[in-house]
Structures are given as structure tokens and as C-alpha cells.
Design a binder for this molecule. Structure first.
Ligand code: SF4
Ligand code: SF4
Length: 168
């Protein structure tokens, strides 16, 4: 599986938008369990080879959405009041979700490790969602994630080869 550099991934994914969309359109025609079997196998193959510590692009360029349980857990870990944690780190977005005001994540360290790894938000644990059930339901989100996450791009590339005979 090929993983592009995250340095120019946004531009690369933009230039391959049609191929990404064509692959997603082919996946939409298939059954959930067939898509999940393919994507989950590629997810495991990808993360056996790719080390997130060499990347950190999701933490550097996007914000997770915080559940109340995430906020409570992190505030407790940092020995802060919940209200102080929110005032210090978060804003509410247009969907009424708490997020960081702007990337990068304040807990991202220089070596791409996470300062609060054991206590990180649920969204961070689940990103990039390539092992979730009914992956077919998040194809549009995953096309966006292909411009952030080299693993998602690599999975789409391989799916394109498997389904259309053409990589991304
Ligand atoms: S909390 Fe940790 S895993 Fe989540 S975005 Fe920040 S650095 Fe990344
Ligand atoms: S999940 Fe994707 S974008 Fe985030 S660090 Fe791992 S490879 Fe990079």
C-alpha cells in the first residue's frame, strides 16, 4: 500500500478528487458487509505498516469534537475544573460541539506524541474511522479525510485498484 507524504496530501487529494469520488460511488453500490470486509482488512494492513508518530497530521490540522465525557475525563486528568478546561481550551462550533478554536491540538508534542494519550477524546481514538462498522455511511467524510490522513488516501488508492483497476 502506498502512503503519500502528508506535506502535500491536501493538494494531492484535491487533484485526485474525481478518482476518490468514483471509488466512493462504486463502494456505495456494494453491500455494507462486503465494503466493511475490504476496508477493515486494508485498515489493519495499513496500520501494521504506517506509524502515526511519523505523521500527526490529524492532530496538527483538525480538531476532534469533544463529548461531555471527554471534557470531564480530561479536566480531571489535568486537575482542572470542567468550566476552566472549557474556557482554556475549547470553543463551541456552529453545530454546538466543543472543539479547539484552531489547530494544532494544544496537547500535540514536538515528536507527534499526545500529552494526554490515555485520556484523549473518543474522536481521537476512532480517527480515521476506517475500522468502523458500515463504513459505506461515512464515504463523504472519508473522502475529506483522504486529504488529511495518508492512511485513508492509501486505503482509497488500494480500493480503487481492487474495484476499478485504477489507483487514486
Ligand atoms: S488530544 Fe492527542 S490524539 Fe487528540 S488531537 Fe490532541 S494530540 Fe492528537
Ligand atoms: S490517523 Fe492518519 S493523519 Fe492521524 S497520525 Fe495517523 S496516519 Fe496521520
Amino acid at each position: 500500500m502506498h502512503f503519500p507524504s502528508c506535506a502535500n496530501l491536501n493538494a494531492l487529494a484535491d487533484s485526485r478528487k474525481k478518482l476518490l469520488k468514483d471509488t466512493a460511488a462504486m463502494l456505495r453500490k456494494k453491500k455494507d458487509n462486503e465494503v466493511d470486509a475490504k476496508v477493515h482488512a486494508l485498515h489493519h494492513e495499513a496500520f501494521e505498516k504506517f506509524d502515526c508518530l511519523s505523521c500527526g497530521n490529524c492532530c496538527r490540522t483538525t480538531s476532534p469534537r469533544f463529548l461531555q465525557t471527554d471534557i470531564q475525563r480530561l479536566a480531571r486528568h489535568l486537575k482542572m475544573k470542567v468550566s476552566d478546561f472549557i474556557d482554556t481550551y475549547l470553543v463551541m462550533d456552529e453545530d454546538s460541539d466543543y472543539v479547539f478554536p484552531a489547530p494544532p491540538c494544544p496537547f500535540l508534542l514536538e515528536d507527534n506524541k499526545c500529552l494526554v494519550y490515555e485520556h484523549r477524546p473518543q474522536a481521537c481514538r476512532e480517527y480515521p474511522h476506517t475500522n468502523r462498522k458500515r463504513f459505506r455511511q461515512i464515504l463523504s467524510l472519508s473522502i475529506k479525510n483522504a486529504s488529511i490522513c495518508p492512511v485513508v488516501f492509501g486505503i482509497f488508492d488500494k480500493l480503487g485498484k481492487q474495484i476499478n483497476g485504477t489507483g487514486i
